[in-house]
Structures are given as structure tokens and as C-alpha cells.
Design a protein around this ligand. Structure first.
Ligand code: NAP
Length: 303
């Protein structure tokens, strides 16, 4: 039996693991993908203190090594069910008959990519359409690609792709960006980046592989095409809450409601990071949440 089980090994979950393990708790962490969560697919991080510039995979590995050194048990599983019986949490995972048990639970499952949900998206998924520039960008060396979205993810990954592709179209539905001005300024200095603004994606078109995107100008209603072999969608995130929907802790948008201690309304059940209902989602804020959640779990386990 664990003192605490953490679901999700992104920056929030791994920080919680560091604090809980250093607080002398027996800690397990369950992650269905690679350690790092969304961070692992981020090309370059320039706003996490201590690292002027680091790629997401390297920062993920730094955190992962730290939890390993502290003796945190790592489970590469997908959580399928969570139950609380007599003050003990029982976590059922895919591929194992045995449930993992713990006195306290921290949900740090983060978010997952939204999709555009337009015709052709499923047809060209993996045949031109991607949600990960760091994974698939190299396929488009000296080719034309598009990035859809105007948030920090779209802008950062467009910068990364501008070093690989011959041309990067940034397709955004407004003429102002949600992402940081510093990223927009950097992109404006790149000669192979073109902004396609007030443009709504209507359809992905091609034969075997993606060839072009059908767009409509929001102001003029003009329909036009952008010819690209690759399209990277960064149109936001949605809560990764599949495993926790029946626990009665999520709001109408699907995010977990917590108090200032990152405790939910269920005793012993905490949540931290991007899955929490809040305004700002950054690696630095995920780390903050994880530390506070774990320190309160330590108090809870000692009660
Ligand atoms: P985001 O900030 O929610 O931005 C999503 C973008 O996609 C918006 O520009 C939005 O347009 C656009 N969009 C949404 N639905 C669309 C649709 N159906 N069709 C066309 N465009 C659509 O998402 P994100 O960039 O993935 O970032 C998620 C969170 O992580 C944010 O809090 C962000 O700040 C954070 N993040 C931070 C960093 C960093 O600080 N280095 C890096 C990455 C992510 P509108 O603007 O018109 O709504």
C-alpha cells in the first residue's frame, strides 16, 4: 500500500512526487505516456527558471531522474477506474488484475489536444496532420507546412518548424494572438513565416496525403486554399479527465475543483497542474500546484 499515488507524470505530478518522497511518504506515480506529459512534446522552453533554454524532453528527463533517485515507484499504465473504499483509494489500471492502493491520491492528468473537427481531419491524421512538431517536424524538411492556432503552443512550435520547413503558414482565426508578444515578434523576423489571419479552416484536402487546406476569410467570406504537405494543429487543450469523471470533483468544463490546498471535496483526494480549474497553465504554475498538493498530502497522511 502506498501513502500516496499520483496519476500523471507531468511537471505537476513529478513535483508532487518529489515533495511527497522527501516528506518520507511511500509514493507511486502512474503515467500512460512518457514522463513529462505535454512538456515532453514541447520543442523549446524559455520561461522555466533555471534553464534559459531547454527542450521539453530534456526537462522531462531531469525531473524523471529526480523522482527515480528519490525512490518513487513508476507505473507505465493507463488508469481505468478509481474507487474509495474505507478511506483507501483503489486504482485499477489497464493490463493488471491487481489494483494499486493508497491512503491519498493526487490527480495530475493534465490536458489533451483539442481537434478542429472538420472534414478530412481523420483521413489525413498521420498523413500530413500532426499535433506534435517535435515528433513529426523532421518529415517536412524543406517542405511547406501550416500551424493552426494563435496560442503559445502554436507560436512556439511555428518557430521550431521555421528552422526545418521551407515555409510555415500560421493560420489563425483572429488578427490578434492569444500567445506571448515576444513569440509573435520573433516570428515576424523569420522570412519563411507567413501569417494567414482571420482565417477559418474548413477542410483538409488531398489524395493519399494532405495537399492543401481549405480556408475562409472571416471578414470577407472569401474561400481560398493554402498548399501544404504538413499541418500542425495547436487549437487548445481539453481536460484529460477520463479516469476521474465519476468521482464528482469536476466542473461543467471538465476541470477539477480544488481549494487553496489543492484538495478536492473528497477527503484524501487532491489535484494539481493543468487538470485543475484555473486561469493560468504554465510549467511554473504546475510545479507550484504540485508542491502545495504534496505538502498537504503529507499533513493528511500524518493526521
Ligand atoms: P490556447 O492558449 O487555448 O490557444 C488555442 C488557440 O487556438 C487560440 O488562439 C484559439 O483562437 C485557437 N483555436 C481554438 N479553437 C479553434 C478552432 N476551432 N479553430 C481555429 N482556431 C482555434 O492553447 P495552447 O496554445 O495549447 O496553450 C494551452 C495553455 O498552455 C495556455 O494556458 C498557454 O499559455 C500554455 N502554454 C504556455 C507556454 C509557454 O508559456 N511557454 C507554451 C505552451 C502552452 P482564439 O485565440 O481566437 O480563441
Amino acid at each position: 500500500m502506498f501513502d500516496v499515488l499520483i496519476i500523471g507524470a507531468g511537471p505537476a505530478g513529478m513535483t508532487a512526487a518529489i515533495y511527497a518522497a522527501r516528506g518520507n511518504l511511500k509514493v507511486g506515480i502512474i503515467e500512460q505516456g512518457a514522463p513529462g506529459g505535454a512538456m515532453v512534446n514541447t520543442s523549446i522552453i524559455e520561461n522555466y527558471p533555471g534553464f534559459k533554454k531547454i527542450d521539453g524532453a530534456s526537462l522531462s528527463m531531469e525531473m524523471f531522474e529526480q523522482i527515480n533517485d528519490l525512490g518513487v515507484e513508476y507505473f507505465g499504465y493507463s488508469v481505468i477506474d478509481i474507487e474509495k473504499v474505507n478511506d483507501i483509494f483503489a486504482v485499477a489500471v489497464e493490463g493488471s488484475e491487481e489494483k494499486l492502493l493508497a491512503k491519498a491520491l493526487i490527480v495530475a492528468t493534465g490536458t489533451k489536444n483539442k481537434i478542429l473537427d472538420i472534414p478530412g481531419e481523420e483521413t489525413y491524421r498521420g498523413k500530413g496532420i500532426s499535433w506534435c512538431a517535435i515528433c513529426d517536424g523532421s518529415f517536412y524538411k524543406n517542405k511547406n507546412v501550416a500551424v493552426v492556432g494563435g496560442g503559445n503552443s502554436a507560436l512556439e512550435e511555428a518557430l521550431y518548424l521555421a528552422d526545418i520547413a521551407s515555409k510555415v503558414y500560421i493560420i489563425h482565426r483572429r488578427d490578434e494572438f492569444r500567445g506571448a508578444e515576444i513569440l509573435v515578434s520573433k516570428l515576424k523576423t523569420r522570412t519563411n513565416v507567413e501569417f494567414v489571419l482571420n482565417a477559418i479552416p474548413l477542410e483538409f484536402c488531398g489524395t493519399e496525403h494532405l495537399e492543401k487546406i481549405k480556408l475562409q476569410n472571416k471578414l470577407t467570406a472569401e474561400v481560398f486554399y493554402v498548399a501544404v504537405e504538413g499541418c500542425f494543429e495547436y487549437v487548445g487543450q481539453q481536460p484529460a479527465n477520463q479516469a476521474i469523471t465519476k468521482l464528482g470533483i469536476i466542473d461543467e468544463r471538465g476541470y477539477v475543483i480544488v481549494d487553496k490546498n489543492f484538495a478536492t471535496s473528497t477527503k484524501g483526494l487532491f489535484a494539481c497542474g493543468d487538470i485543475v480549474a484555473k486561469e493560468i497553465r504554465q510549467i511554473a504554475t504546475a510545479v507550484n500546484d504540485g508542491a502545495i498538493a504534496a505538502l498537504n498530502v503529507i499533513k493528511y497522511c500524518k493526521e
